[in-house]
Structure formats: C-alpha cells, structure tokens
Write a protein that binds this ligand. Structure first.
Ligand SMILES: [Fe+2]
Length: 390
C-alpha cells in the first residue's frame, strides 16, 4: 500500500502532542514483522492497553468433515440462512493452516467492536453496502468490493438496508498485491491490472471521545476474547503510514485478454501465505481464428482451486450458478465439461464474474460444506461413450 494519513499528526514522530484538554496523546506503532515490515503510527486519546474488565474467552470451533471420497465438488451457498452479525455470521466452508474461506450473510449489527488479533481479513461483498468504522477511519463498502482489513484494526460494520452476502477470507499471513505487479519501491507497475487510484482507504476519521461501557472482541489464539473498555475504542485523532484497511472493487480490475488463452495468474489480485485470490471479470475472449476460448484441462499438481461465481451467465457449466462455488482439489485434472469447448468456439466475450482462491496446500471441508454439497458434480464430465464402429 501507499503512504496515507488522516487526521492530525505532528511534523516529527515520537514527539509530544496534546489533545484539546491538554493531555498528552498516546502514540501507538502498529506494524508487521517486528519493526521491519509496513507500519502505521496512530495517536489515541487513551492508552490502547487500557481495559476496565476482562470478559470471557470462547474458543472457535470449526467442525471438519472428512469426505469419504476424493472428487470435484460443487457447493451451493444460496440456502445458507442470514443470521448472526458481521463477525459471528461467518460460516467457514473450507480451511487449512493458511486460509479460512467462509460465507457470511449477516442479519444483525455487531453489538461489540471487533479486532482480529491473529490474521488479515478480506471480505468480498457479493451483495450489500454499508460503512465500516475503524481505528483508521470510516470505509464505505458496496457490492463487489474486496474489503481488506489488516490485523490489529478495531472495527464495527454499519450495514445499509437490504440483504448482505459476503465471501470472507481469514489468513494468519498477510494480504498483499502480488510482488510481480510492484517495482522495488512498492509502486504498482504499468502492466499491473490496477493502480494505486483503485485502492480506497478510509474516507474520514471520526474521533470518538465517549465514556461509558464499550465491548471489544478480539480474535486471538483460536478463539474470541472479550474485553470491556470505559472509553470508545475508536479514539484515534490522527495516523499515518502504510498499514490501514482499504477497499478495491472487482470492476476496477483490468482484465487481460490475448490471442490465445490466458492462465489464471493473469487474473491474480492478491497474494497471501500459500494462496492467491484472483478476479475473473467480464472481458474480450481470445481472438485467434483457431483459439479455444475455454481453459484447457489442467492438473494443478500442487494447488486446490476454489471458484466462487459472483455474477454472469453460467448456463454452459453444469450445475454452476451465481452463489455456488466449485472445488477442484489437487490430485485430479479438471477442465470444461463435454460439449462446452465446442460451444465456446468463436465466442468473443464473456460476462463471467468470479472470485478464485487457489491454495498450495490441501483444503479441509466443514460439515456445512457437506450439507451444501452437490454429489452429482463429480459426474458432470460423464457421458456414455459412443459405441465403437464395426
Ligand atoms: Fe482451473
């Protein structure tokens, strides 16, 4: 990310700054990799260590489902009911040590503020809009935004009216734009499918000086630790640096087309620890007269591929519809279903909109993924063989 600042910061860091009441503000450095990674410096009205009461610690439980068979899977998230809040409503479908992928259809507002103390988060807004109040200021989000929230950000989501449906990612690693899109100074290169202008930091910083009871829930050590504060946790008067939450709308991703088929790395949007997130956007298709516009069959020998279908017409793919996702696990080849390649010949454009997450380590499934599983999908490449002639 680029350098950004909101509110008031002094000309020199680590110097005395006083608030309106004459008290010294409290400086907090928030950074990655010890003091060697990206960081931001925030100025608070109160010490961010201050707690009035320690609440409960509740371990998070993910119920694993070990499937009896290893096959390609199609999962339909449409029957998932809206329930919970923007944090408790996240229902994990797939996970490994690097990433958790969940569906979230929050129905009620958060009662407490939330902070992820052990990982970065990405919310892909399939449906809905609203605002996220954070220690770094307020972010607006809208349909098809990726909202990237670095660990350590205390926040609360204010949802606008209407249904909300999010695909969420949690990683103990970092969410970054791919290295190969950036020059040695970190600036995005001309060939990158987006520029710094497409990434939107918080638009305003509101400093809350309220006193009272404020609950903060922190995800840490595989569970949720509750704390009660006697001051409003969003008490930052100014900050600057390279760490902050931001949004990037998938429609600002500039897709790449070519004379012949472009592989998934052309669609890469983010890199994580042993996984990538890619955006498949409406685009022109391959223009060589002999081009095959659909992907060739492929065996990603070290990858698991999760593809969430966000919008577009998927009539050509058996069983696939908006709101479903496919899991093509490692160890098996995958590719277009019978007849699809033939039908695609001569196609000049696609209106697909999909979010892909490829992991380099096997993914585990949850019992919710079992409940939403369509066992027919594994056979969707099967048609009776033609009888040999003679
Ligand atoms: Fe694939």
């Amino acid at each position: 990310m680029r350098y950004f600042s909101l509110g008031e910061v002094p000309p020199k860091r680590h110097t005395q700054v006083r608030g309106e009441d004459g008290r010294l503000l409290v400086e907090e450095v928030v950074g990655y990799e010890g003091f060697s990674g990206n960081e931001s410096i925030l100025l608070h009205l109160e010490s961010p260590c201050r707690i009035a009461r320690v609440g409960e610690f509740e371990p998070l439980h993910v119920e694993e489902w070990v499937p009896p068979t290893h096959v390609h899977r199609l999962t339909d998230t449409r029957p998932v009911r809206a329930e919970g809040d923007p944090v408790s409503g996240r229902k994990v479908l797939l996970f490994n040590a690097d990433v958790e992928i969940a569906i979230c259809k929050p129905a009620v507002e958060q009662e407490a503020f939330y902070r992820n103390g052990e990982g970065d988060e990405v919310l892909f807004i399939q449906q809905g809009s609203g605002e996220i109040e954070t220690t770094f200021g307020t972010l607006r989000y809208r349909q098809h935004d990726y909202v990237v929230i670095p660990r350590g950000t205390t926040y609360r989501v204010i949802m606008h009216d209407g249904p909300q449906e999010w695909l969420t990612f949690f990683t103990p690693g970092e969410i970054e734009t791919p290295n190969r899109y950036r020059n040695r100074y970190g600036q995005l290169l001309e060939h990158a499918p987006f520029s710094q202008r497409d990434f939107h930091p918080p638009h305003e910083l509101v400093t809350h000086a309220g006193r009272g009871e404020y609950e903060v829930v922190v995800r840490v050590r595989g569970g949720m630790q509750r704390y009660v504060l006697d001051y409003h946790p969003l008490d930052v008067t100014g900050w600057d640096g390279y760490v902050y939450p931001y949004t990037f709308n998938i429609h600002d991703f500039e897709p790449k087309s070519a004379r012949l088929h472009q592989p998934p790395p052309a669609h890469q949007t983010f890199q994580g620890q042993n996984f990538v997130i890619c955006s498949f956007c409406p685009r022109m298709l391959d223009w060589d007269p002999l081009a095959v516009p659909l992907p060739y069959h492929h065996s990603n020998l070290q990858s698991e591929e999760v593809m969430f279908y966000a919008a577009g017409d998927y009539a050509a793919r058996k069983g696939v519809d908006v709101g479903t996702f496919t899991l093509h696990p490692s160890g098996l080849p995958h590719g277009p279903q019978p007849g699809a390649v033939e039908k695609s010949l001569g196609m000049r454009e696609t209106n697909e909109l999909a979010v892909m997450c490829d992991t380099f380590k096997p993914l585990k499934l949850t019992t919710l993924a079992r409940d939403l599983d369509n066992p027919e999908y594994a056979y969707s490449w099967y048609t009776p063989l033609e009888q040999p002639v003679g």
